[in-house]
Structures are given as structure tokens and as C-alpha cells.
Design a protein around this ligand. Structure first.
Ligand code: ATR
Length: 293
């Protein structure tokens, strides 16, 4: 049986055998993950469903336990539960251990497995944009959870030198310590040194919320960056942030944040629904149409 949803989507009615997954967060209504996974389920004709669950605070652990007992295959985890999810994992993957945070859970034989796919999503998006970080000097703005996952993965991709610049110097120093313990070549630099650091920088990455709609943006002069350099923003609302607009005006390669979001979703889908999905222009257009204008 099929149902035509108001949006014009053809929805398959779920059978009792549907493979089930969810995203748990608080808030969760803004999450684009249900749209991404439903797109792939439809594209592949899979009897499955992906459900957003708004769960706050201490209820998170109970919710995960309930999902496992209810036969769900697993779930995504978003703000504010990524660190709690890591702590409750029986089997965290290496990226999760390095990040101390988990965004993807799956259940196997009564055990909770966890992965952090943010770094994977970032690198896949970067390589899809034609940028190879090997041997390159890279500046990362911000020192939060997203920066940590990204810097660790840039280390795996053999980045030449990574410079972390953050509003709060202590947090940048702590991130450098954590990454150096994993052999990632990185150092912290003060905001005042940014102009000088940019002149031999091949890739600048914004991992802070600056530039999001209704938030202040960085006012950065990108003119010192060499020709052929790239600028990447993990913010995707708006798609073209003020930083990316500045980069485009300067003739630099521009990499927006939506690709990372789409790619980080793929490993979870493969775990729960048994097929590795593709990030296609069709998926991207579908999600772009849902972004706030
Ligand atoms: P996430 O874990 O999602 O990456 P986070 O831990 O809140 O998010 O980290 C956000 C990063 O953006 C932090 O490094 C933060 O800087 P501080 O360490 O000084 O807090 C940075 N950030 C947030 N708002 C900022 C702003 N207005 N200007 C500059 N940096 C900002």
C-alpha cells in the first residue's frame, strides 16, 4: 500500500518487519537526518523507517535501552547527547574513542556499538570537492567537538600541518594536546596571528557556529591566502555563509557544510538498513529544498 503525503512524497506503509532507526536529540525538530534517511529508504525501496525522537537529559539512556528492546536497529545521536552516548557504548569505534563522542549507534547481540562519523563525513565531502589534505597546511577555526573530529581525521589523511585558532586559547591548547597524543601534527595559534598564518594556508575550515543565520559572522580578510586555496564552512544554514561569500569573491575554492552532513549519515544507514547509500545531486537537491530560506 502507498500513501501520498502532503509534500507529494509517496510513502510506503510500514510492515511489521520494517527495519527501524531513529535520531535522538533535544531539540530534534530541526534535524535534516529524517529527510536524508527517508530519501535513501525510498530510493532503495527498503521496508524501513527513521524517526526523530525529542528526548531530554537523563531520559537518553533509557530511550536507547528502550529502542534496543523494541527491535530498533540503532539510532543517530545529536546535541546534547553525543558524549553520553559515547559513555554508554559497549563497543565504540576508533573515531568515537578519539572524539569522546558518538553520533551513530547500532545494536548487535544485546551490545551497543557506537561510531563517530563526523570526521568521515568531512573528509568524504572534502575529497568530493577535489581537495586532498595530504601535506597541506590547514587552519581550523574553533576547538569544540566538531573541530576535534575533523582534526583527528585530517591527521589520518596525512595533513602536513594543522593550526587551531580559537576564541578561548585554553580550549585550543587542550585540543592540540589531545590530537598530538594521537600523532596528529597540530599546534594552536592566537587569533591575532591569523593574518600571518593565512599566507601559506591551503585550506581554512570554520567549525564554529559563526556565520549561521542570526549569528555573528567572522570578519576575516582572506586576501593573504594563496591562489588555489580552499575555504570550508561546516555551517550549512545558510549554505553560502559570509565567510564562503568572501572566499568566493577572492576566487578561492568554496566547500559548503551540507556535503559533510550528507556523507556523515551514510555509514549509519549502511549499519541499519544493509546498503551503503550514495550522496547524489538528487539527495542534495532534496535536502537543499528543505533548508530555511
Ligand atoms: P561543537 O561541539 O558542536 O563543535 P562547541 O563545543 O560549542 O560546538 O564548539 C564551538 C566552538 O565555536 C568553540 O570552540 C567556541 O569557542 P570557545 O571555545 O571560545 O567557546 C567557538 N565559538 C562559538 N561561538 C563563537 C563566537 N561567537 N566567536 C568565536 N568562536 C566561537
Amino acid at each position: 500500500m502507498t500513501v501520498i503525503a502532503k509534500s507529494g512524497w509517496v510513502m510506503a506503509a510500514r510492515t511489521g518487519r520494517a527495519a527501524l532507526a531513529a535520531v535522538i536529540g533535544h531539540p530534534v525538530a530541526h534535524s535534516l537526518s529524517p529527510a536524508i534517511h527517508e530519501y535513501w529508504l525510498q530510493e532503495r525501496g527498503i521496508d524501513g523507517a527513521y524517526i526523530p525522537l525529542a528526548v531530554a537529559g537523563d531520559d537518553f539512556t533509557k530511550a536507547v535501552s528502550f529502542l534496543m528492546r523494541a527491535g530498533f536497529r540503532g539510532c543517530n545521536v545529536t546535541i546534547p547527547h553525543k558524549e553520553t552516548a559515547f559513555r554508554l557504548c559497549d563497543v565504540p569505534d576508533e573515531a568515537a574513542q578519539r572524539a569522546g563522542a558518538v553520533n551513530t549507534l547500532w545494536f548487535e547481540a544485546g551490545r551497543v556499538h557506537g561510531a563517530n562519523t563526523d570526521g568521515y563525513g568531512f573528509i568524504r565531502n572534502l575529497s568530493g570537492s577535489g581537495f586532498d589534505p595530504a601535506g597541506k597546511k590547514i587552519i581550523v577555526l574553533g576547538a569544540g567537538g566538531a573541530a576535534r573530529a575533523i582534526v583527528m581525521t585530517l591527521g589520518d589523511a596525512k595533513a602536513g600541518a594543522i593550526v587551531i585558532v580559537n576564541r578561548t586559547g585554553e580550549k585550543a591548547a587542550a585540543l592540540v594536546d589531545a590530537c598530538c597524543r594521537y600523532g596528529v601534527p597540530c599546534q594552536a595559534s592566537g587569533q591575532g596571528m591569523l593574518a600571518r598564518e593565512l599566507d601559506d594556508c591551503h585550506l581554512l575550515i570554520n567549525t564554529t557556529p559563526c556565520g549561521m543565520a542570526d549569528r555573528e559572522a567572522f570578519e576575516l580578510d582572506l586576501s593573504p591566502m594563496p591562489d588555489g586555496a580552499a575555504v570550508c564552512d561546516i555551517v550549512y544554514t545558510p549554505l553560502m555563509t559570509p565567510l564562503l561569500r568572501e572566499a568566493k569573491g577572492r576566487g578561492l575554492t568554496v566547500i559548503d557544510g551540507l556535503g559533510m552532513l550528507l556523507h556523515q549519515a551514510a555509514p549509519g544507514f549502511a549499519r541499519w538498513f544493509g546498503v551503503m547509500p550514495e550522496v547524489t545531486p538528487g539527495l542534495r537537491n532534496h535536502v537543499v529544498a528543505l533548508l530555511p530560506s
